[in-house]
Structures are given as C-alpha cells and as structure tokens.
Design a protein around this ligand. Structure first.
Ligand code: NAD
Length: 318
C-alpha cells in the first residue's frame, strides 16, 4: 500500500536518510524543515521550508494534509559541544518543546500514526558513572535525572506524546536513539557529534600530528549506523509496542578506542591528545533486551564497517 507520510526534520541527518528510505518503499513523502540537507538532495515528493514552532503553520499543515504516518525528528540539537556547554539550553528547551506541543496538539484525535525520536540522553546521570557498566535499560529512566537540558526536554516530550496517547488516542511510537552516525551528517561548525568530529580531525591531520579528544578518552559510548537506526524505526512503527524503546548498538567503546579505530582506517601515523572539553556522562551503551524481545530484532552492524563509510565520506568533504 502506498502511504502518505510526513518527515518533520526531513532536512536533518537522520530525517534525510529516512525520507530516502521511505521513498524507496514507494511512499508519498512530504518533508518539513527549516533548511534543506546541506550534503544531499532530498528524495521527498514535497519539501516545505517551514518553522514547526509556528502553531498556525502546523495546524494548517495537518488540516490540509492527511497522513498515514508522521515521523517527528525535528529538534534543536547537536553533539556535546552544543548540548553540554550550557550556552544553548534555553533554545534547546524552548524550540523543541514548542515543536512537540504543536505536533501533538494538531494530531490529536487523528488516525495518523506518529513516531517520536527521543534520546539516550534521558537516562539518569547516576546510572552512567561507571564507564564499563552503564545502565540504560528502558525501565531505569525514573526517578529521572538526565545530565542535560536536552535530555530533560526529550523526557518531557516523551511524556507529552504518551499523555496525548492516553487522553486523545494518539497512536505513538517512541525510540530513544543512541548516537546515530553515518554519511551526510554535520561534521563541522559546532553541532557535530563525536564520530564525525573525530573523522574530520583525522582526515585533516598530517602524519605525526596529534588528534585532540575531549575528556580522558575513557568515557564509553555505543554508536549506531544510520541505516540500522532507520530499519529499527520502521520495524517499531509496524509493531504494537507503545512504550519508549532503545534503538542503539550494544558494541561499547571508549572515545579513545573510537579515535584509534579512525586513525587505523585512515592509515595515518597519528597520536591522541586528551584535552578538557564537554563530555557528558562517563559511560553509555544501549541496552537491547527490550527491543530484542518486542521486535525480535536488534542492530548488529559492526562499528568498524560503519566508521569506514563515515571516514571515507568525511574525507571526501574536507
Ligand atoms: P539534525 O539536527 O540533523 O536534524 C534535526 C532537524 O530538525 C534539522 O534539520 C533542523 O533544521 C530541524 N529543525 C530544528 N528546528 C526546527 C523547526 N523549528 N522547524 C522545522 N525544522 C526544524 O539531527 P539528527 O541527528 O538528524 O536527529 C534527528 C532526531 O533524532 C532529533 O530529534 C534528535 O534529537 C534525535 N536524536 C538524534 C541522535 C543522533 O545521534 N543523531 C541521538 C538521539 C536522538
């Protein structure tokens, strides 16, 4: 069946990949974003350059169009250099909450199924102190204590959509993404995340340079290749699982190990220099027990394979 779908934030990194995938499945795809994707042409049938904070626009958009599915990925976001410095907190909270308030309200009582992209950043800081043993099980989210306003906004918006599901029948699916990476995403300018930033630094380095890595480098994370993220989102949308679920890899590495991996991929002779910088929690890794059970699937794309794709792409850009 051809579905009519909307991708909010369809000009962003994940949104642009999602639009391409939904088009390849023969859907009619409408993207909305403040901007077009910088690195890749959109495959969308319609691309609306609009501000989703504008309630009048959002109401009109969902009154004049009826969608089978809406994917809500629009957010004011970035990597550690954007969300952990404190400099962008008011905008992060105001802009993203406003978008989600508008979307939830405009879709209440509709027959549209909606996907909301939450984040691993909602998990309590105290459960992520030990880099080798972080707890990111879905059930550990409460009592809440995210380490950033970005995480608090995501947690609030999860609850917003769940409230609309409870009171207005909104048919919602929610994923907590864990560090999604891949080509055609931001790699410079301040909003880039660790994998793309490290690839840029390595790609620009000359033999015997040192690569600056924020923090001790012993902080751990897991990273999920964007194609697998989208696979997970589409499977979740097909499922009946209506509570938030992790979509992430459980291949955990330290940031220095990630950097060593990229250096090895580049074939250059480089060293690592750990410097002060915004880093977030000590450890974080996707707990995939729930997704394995409810979707009978979990991501398994090897980090090295994905990082080769990302490095080659970033290297071609710089
Ligand atoms: P992104 O910044 O590339 O995409 C977000 C898009 O939203 C951008 O294109 C931006 O222009 C758009 N946007 C922001 N404000 C808008 C507004 N007022 N009106 C219309 N469009 C607006 O980010 P991404 O990496 O593609 O992430 C997509 C979603 O997934 C976001 O909600 C993000 O918080 C969430 N997420 C991403 C990751 C990750 O690792 N990339 C991890 C956890 C959660």
């Amino acid at each position: 069946m051809i579905k009519k779908v909307a991708v909010l934030g369809g000009g962003g990194f994940i949104g642009n990949h999602l639009v391409a995938k939904l088009k390849s499945m023969q859907n009619y795809v409408v993207a909305v974003d403040l901007v077009r994707n910088e690195y890749s042409e959109s495959a969308a049938d319609e691309f609306h350059i609009k501000d989703l904070r504008d309630q009048n626009f959002v109401n009109e958009f969902f009154t004049t169009n009826t969608f089978d599915e809406v994917y809500q990925l629009a957010a004011d976001m970035g990597g550690a250099g954007f969300i952990f410095t404190g400099d962008n907190d008011a905008n992060i909270m105001h802009n993203s909450v406003q978008i989600n308030l508008n979307v939830a309200e405009a879709l209440k009582n509709s027959n549209t199924k909606i996907f909301y992209s939450s984040s691993a950043c909602i998990y309590p800081e105290e459960n992520q102190m030990d880099p080798q043993n972080p707890n990111c099980a879905e059930a550990s989210a409460f009592p809440a204590n995210p380490d950033s306003e970005y995480g608090w906004e995501k947690l609030f918006s999860e609850r917003l959509y769940l409230s609309y599901a409870r009171n207005y029948g909104l048919d919602v699916r929610i994923a907590r993404f864990h560090n999604i990476y891949g080509p055609n995403g931001c790699y410079t300018g301040g909003r880039e995340k660790a994998p793309a930033a490290i690839c840029r630094k390595v790609a620009m380095a000359k033999d015997s340079d040192s690569i600056e890595v924020w923090g001790s480098g012993n902080q751990t994370r897991s990273f999920l290749y964007v194609d697998e993220c989208i696979d997970g989102v589409l499977r979740l949308m097909e499922s009946n699982h209506k509570q938030p679920v992790n979509i992430g890899s459980d291949e955990m590495v330290t940031i220095n190990q990630l950097t060593e991996m990229v250096i090895a991929i580049s074939g250059k002779n480089l060293t690592i220099k750990n410097i002060d910088g915004p880093v977030g929690v000590n450890g974080r890794c996707s707990d995939n027990q729930v997704i394995s059970k409810v979707l009978n699937w979990k991501p398994d794309y090897p980090l090295k394979k994905g990082m080769i794709h990302l490095y080659n792409w970033v290297n071609s850009q710089v």
